[in-house]
Design a protein around this ligand. Structure first.
Ligand code: ADP
Ligand code: ZN
Length: 212
């Protein structure tokens, strides 16, 4: 099954994608994580992406399209995949079509801007392995420390409130039109983000299991 997870930054796509990927045994591909990895290893692509990411802007389409093309060609994507954070623009979605990638479903997680701003301020990531946490919704066992690797939890630069507002503008402007794009193809499933992460997960799993 080939899935796309859509939603505003901080809507919880990544967390939900992780659950579905374990349930269905397909990889969850987060373009944000791929870019942050590239940045950490100091590759040319990573350095180029950094200036955009820090501002909360989108990294140019051609970079992302290249990343996804390579990643989807890997062996583990044969039985399906979840795209988390891609496509984020209409040209990116069109590029998927051009690659001959058939998407089965698009799961759109809806959360109001207001709640997103509050939520994002509590988001933390592991400096070392990139695992994500939340000070209210997904606490680590030990405050400030990653459960997976013992690394230190930090706030991403682009999770600072001002940058979050910019990212929301970018989302409404460039990413939200994808809802229409996929709705016209009959592939869009809307899930209302709930207060409790587990409640959203239940709705997401139902949407994934539903016949299109
Ligand atoms: P979130 O899901 O919290 O919005 P991500 O971790 O997915 O954030 O992405 C972080 C940043 O990486 C984005 O703000 C953007 O700069 C860049 N990025 C990730 N995916 C894409 C994409 N498909 N197109 C353009 N830029 C992207
Ligand atoms: Zn870690």
């Amino acid at each position: 099954m080939n899935l796309i997870f859509l939603g505003a930054p901080g809507a919880g796509k990544g967390t939900q994608a992780e659950v579905v990927c374990n349930e269905y045994n397909i990889p969850a591909i987060s373009t944000g994580n791929i870019l942050r990895e590239a940045l950490k290893s100091g590759t040319e692509m990573g350095l180029k992406a950094k200036s955009y990411m820090d501002k909360g802007a989108l990294v140019p389409d051609e970079i992302l399209i290249g990343i996804i093309k390579d990643r989807l060609a890997e062996e583990d994507c044969k039985n399906g995949f979840i795209l988390d954070g891609f496509p984020r623009t209409i040209p990116q979605a069109e590029a998927l079509d051009k690659m001959g990638v058939v998407i089965d479903k698009v799961i759109d997680i809806e959360v109001s801007d207001e709640r997103i701003v509050t939520r994002m301020s509590g988001r933390r990531v592991c400096e070392k392995c990139g695992s994500s946490y939340h000070m209210l919704y997904k606490k680590p066992a030990k405050e400030g420390i990653c459960n997976a690797c013992g690394g230190t939890l930090i706030q991403r630069k682009d999770d600072h409130p001002d940058t979050v507002k910019d990212r929301l503008d970018v989302y409404h402007d460039q990413t939200e039109p994808l809802k229409d794009f996929y709705s016209k193809q009959g592939k869009l499933f809307i899930v209302e983000g709930q207060e409790e992460v587990a409640d959203t997960t239940k709705l997401v799993l139902e949407a994934v299991a539903k016949q299109a």
